[in-house]
Design a protein around this ligand. Structure first.
Ligand code: CTP
Length: 396
């Protein structure tokens, strides 16, 4: 997602500097060209050769280094950058940047850089809470720097508190949000439902299905990278929810119905991927299971069809996309659902096609609107998410 992007990583003297090697590696895997600048103190914590090996570029430590490919290195690096991140950012470097001090390669480059600037402070909790440091961070924020909040946990000094640098995977997400995608959903509110719902039969058993939430989570993540404000209503899933989304956890179809109804009015785009349980156990005088002669029976009632309810109260300017899981007559059944539920699009997947459906990382989807029918090839759910949103954007 970062092919062709030029990223400058600034590393300062904090024990968390070792984690930045992991971040450099993740960025390279995303296709970015990475240049690393270290303060002299950072070189006490991690050897520049580590970064040089990972990035295939000389790691800059000293402003007056003669053996370097760019002319006026700090200006050229700053001008070429699509983004600069300082991680870990020590109290010292934050103080220098906030007060216009540029006395080494890292601070001079930062000062010359007009690209988005992300700062990940990492230090002891008491240092982090120091009002001088906090004032310096506010100042940097007011100048347009993005400040990444440190994580809480056990610090190198064995204290437990706030001040840990977030993991490389988390820092990568901030970088992706900043520059990976065109912000073609900026200003739009997107509501996504994902995962299965669960209907309790008794304290041990439930009615549910094999949905993992992967498709809905991928759509929520892609929409937020494209600048949308995303609300993700999710049934119980084992995967990590995407960052930068408002997460609304639900369990039953009724919970999901209520959550969707509470958020639908403010949403411009609604995408229901959730595999809502179609039935729930009926409660007859508090009893759900009837047992006789060693046999068990449960009376079932249909759950509310959330998508159909949305279709009935929808605003004409909203875009509503449902999913359909079919085992036969996929196109006819999906077209019928599109019309009956007053939708703008159905992403239909045929559960019998290899690589499609619930527990896989891939899917084979046909996007059906009133006018078009687009067959997508076998692709990852992340690629599907991008294509589905590309298609929706054409209609809004
Ligand atoms: N859906 C819903 N509420 C339900 C059941 C399904 O909102 N109680 C939504 C799903 O999230 C999906 C779409 O309806 O976006 C289609 O789901 P699917 O199970 O394929 O279709 P149904 O309408 O339930 O019809 P059938 O089970 O007869 O195929």
């Amino acid at each position: 997602m970062l092919t062709g992007k030029n990223i400058v990583l600034g590393v300062t003297g904090s024990i968390a500097a070792y984690k930045t090697a992991g971040l450099a590696s993740l960025l390279i895997k995303q296709g970015a060209d990475v240049h690393v600048i270290m303060t002299k103190n950072a070189a006490n914590f991690i050897n520049p050769i580590t970064f040089e090996t990972l990035t295939a570029h000389k790691c800059l430590v000293d402003t007056f280094d003669r053996d370097f490919e760019f002319h006026v290195a700090h200006v050229n690096l700053a001008a070429a950058a699509d983004l600069m991140m300082i991680a870990p950012a020590s109290a010292d470097v934050i103080g220098k940047l906030a007060n216009g001090i540029a006395d080494d390669m890292l601070t001079t480059t930062a000062m010359a850089c007009k690209a988005p600037m992300l700062i990940a402070p990492a230090m002891n909790t008491n240092m982090y809470e120091n009002p001088i440091l906090q004032d310096n961070l506010k100042k940097l924020y007011s100048y347009g720097y993005e400040i990444i909040e440190p994580a809480t946990g056990m610090l190198a000094c064995r204290d437990v508190g706030k001040g840990k640098m977030p993991e490389p995977e988390t820092l990568l997400k901030y970088i992706l949000r900043s520059i990976a995608c065109e912000k073609d959903l900026s200003g739009k509110r997107v509501l996504v439902t994902a995962g299965p719902t669960q209907e309790a039969i008794d304290p041990v058993r439930c009615i549910t299905n094999h949905s993992t939430g992967k498709m809905g989570y991928a759509i929520a993540e892609n929409a937020s990278l494209r600048g949308a404000h995303v609300t993700l209503i999710t049934g119980p899933c084992d995967i990590e929810p995407p960052m930068f989304c408002d997460i609304v956890p639900v369990t039953t179809a009724e919970d999901m119905y209520n959550a969707v109804m509470a958020h639908q009015a403010e949403s411009d785009i609604i995408i229901m991927t959730a595999a809502v349980a179609d039935y729930r156990p009926e409660t007859v005088s508090g009893e759900k299971i009837k047992k006789s002669d060693g046999n068990m029976s449960i009376a079932l009632t249909r759950t509310k069809d959330i998508l159909a309810s949305l279709g009935e109260i929808r605003r004409p300017d909203q875009f509503i996309c449902g999913f359909s899981m079919e085992t036969e007559h996929m196109l006819e059944n999906s077209r019928t659902k599109l019309a009956k539920k007053h939708l703008d699009m159905i992403a239909a997947n045929n559960l019998k096609v290899p690589g499609a459906g619930f527990a896989t990382d891939t899917n084979v989807i046909t996007l059906i609107t009133r006018e078009t029918e687009i067959q997508l090839p076998l692709m990852s759910k992340h690629e599907d998410a991008e294509r589905i949103l590309d298609e929706i954007i054409k209609h809004i």
